[in-house]
Design a protein around this ligand. Structure first.
Ligand code: ASP
Length: 348
């Protein structure tokens, strides 16, 4: 790895699994950002592949649809020279009644070293990680999105996108200290919002949540301070996390440095939580005009997939002056390479 100019101190990364960002420490964020930046350099070369994970097996277990995350993990594993298995639930033995744990154990028996897991129920990657630990096997579990709970690799790639924009040579968490970041839209159903709240508030940024009351319940005010089941929030978080709630867009956008807009997760909405999409766009849609309230250098993020013209206007989405959407997708490969590399032992 010396060829990459990458030095990972063994005590900076001791995690076997990446399940949540609730207990990530500032130095863990920085290790991911620095490692991803080294891989960004690899990805700019003519030969975009390193032998780091040669002989290791990465299994993608996606029980819920995905375009970006699944392909991005697959490409990341390939760029690290790992062997990758892709599980497709529709054509698997799940349809014959096999349990999720037994599916995971089947891949374990084939020699899987890391499993990347997405499921519509919160807690599935955690349950598989617990089972692997109980069995005493050294398999790393990566949460690629569990229900409404968390999507750590998405928040890490968002962090990488923003911090490399601020300082391309040396991205680090503290670059966001004092910045204002608005997260707008369907917070209630968004695992992306939850993971981003952990990372962005850890950086010292001021995080403003905005959405209609049905999609931004008051209980989010206590999100970062409420005790988390099974997670130890690091005592060493230097300053109190700053999280503010708004049920209208304007106060969140005023002087914002970054605006993160979220998809309306209609597949998770059980009731009629919204009037019409047109009304939603009128109240919370991000448009060029509304960005005038922000800092003049404001940039807009969206984790995708986007409902064009609903959460963000179509022209703004494609405007490279404001939109970081395609950079987010590009960053995803480097960040996922970093995670697989670190979880795979961080050694050549
Ligand atoms: N792709 C992200 C996720 O899986 C965001 C979204 O679906 O809206 O959570």
């Amino acid at each position: 790895m010396a060829a990459l100019g990458l030095i990972v101190m063994s005590n900076d990364w001791n995690r076997r699994h990446v399940l949540s960002l609730a207990d990530f420490t500032p130095s863990e964020y920085d290790v991911v950002l620095q490692t991803a930046n080294s891989f960004r350099e690899v990805l700019s070369r003519r030969t975009k592949k390193v032998p780091t994970l040669q002989g290791q097996v990465v299994t993608n277990l996606f029980f819920e649809p995905s375009t970006r995350t699944r392909s991005s993990f697959e490409l990341a594993a390939k760029r690290l020279s790992a062997d990758i298995l892709n599980f497709a639930p529709g054509s698997s033995s799940l349809t014959k009644g096999e349990t999720i744990l037994d599916t995971a154990k089947t891949y374990l028996a084939m020699g899987t070293d890391m499993m990347v897991i997405r499921h519509k129920e919160a807690g599935v990657p955690q349950a598989i990680a617990q089972e692997m630990d109980r069995l005493g096997v050294k398999v790393g579990i990566l949460n690629a999105g569990d229900g409404q709970h968390e999507h750590p690799s998405q928040a890490l790639l968002d962090l990488f996108t923003i911090t490399t924009l601020l300082q391309p040579e040396a991205p680090r968490l503290k670059l966001l200290e004092g910045k204002k970041i608005a997260i707008v839209g369907d917070i209630l159903h968004s695992r992306v919002a939850r993971s981003n709240i952990w990372s962005l508030t850890a950086s010292g940024a001021e995080v403003h949540l905005a959405g209609p009351p049905t999609l931004l319940p008051k209980l989010f005010a206590d999100f970062v301070t409420a005790p988390k089941i099974g997670a130890v929030v690091p005592a060493a978080t230097p300053a109190p996390r700053r999280l503010l709630l708004h049920w209208s867009l304007e106060p969140a956008l005023e002087a914002a440095d970054f605006v993160m807009t979220l998809r309306l997760q209609r597949e998770r909405m059980t009731n009629h939580l919204l009037p019409t999409l047109r009304e939603y766009h009128q109240q919370f849609g991000i448009t060029r005009d509304r960005l005038k309230l922000c800092n003049p250098d404001v940039r807009v993020l969206h984790p995708g997939p986007v409902n064009r013209g609903v959460e963000i206007s179509s022209d703004l989405m494609d405007d490279p002056q404001f939109s970081l959407i395609s950079q987010q997708v590009t960053s995803g490969v480097a960040v996922r390479m970093a995670l697989l590399f670190l979880m795979g032992g961080g050694k050549v």
